[in-house]
Ligand binder design. Sequence first.
Ligand code: ZN
Length: 187
Amino acid sequence: MTLSPKNSGWIEVITGSMFSGKTEELIRRMRRAEIAKMNTVLFKPFIDNRYSSKHVVSHNKSKLESVMVKTSNEIIKYSNEMDVIGIDEAQFFDNKIVDVCKRLADKKIRVIVAGLDTDYRGKPFGFMPQLMCESDYLDKLRAICVICGNPASYTQRTISNSKQVLIGETDMYEARCRNCFELPVND
Ligand code: ZN
């Protein structure tokens, strides 16, 4: 981003497959805002309690303190006096998340949202498509395919389970490119 809006809020979306570095990038941006003496707060949905309940933690273990919320509307409650609001794992939030992000941006808050664009079937995940449409800045990151080394946009589930939400780590998922991604057989 070369030119930041003045006297305005905006929405940044960071998306991509698992292992593409979304959370790492979100944490990097939040840290820089903190260094710039901005008031910042980072949210994550209650569903995701891997590693640490009070922190957002990336796959390579960098972490930042966070507030866990059960609904999108709770984010509004904690937004007073904030300059920058981060939201991780946005694909897990309810249908109010898009309106919440727009309301925050209207309050001149910089909103940084990270989330998976697609699920393990390669289908759009939660309200990420709408968030991507409403964003002012959009970064789609790619991982590296573990099979062939190409840039990877898909999240391959390596165990058989047809639930969309299955919280797990490296042992249940792999980054795969378009050629190496295999649709789950049990769906
Ligand atoms: Zn591949």
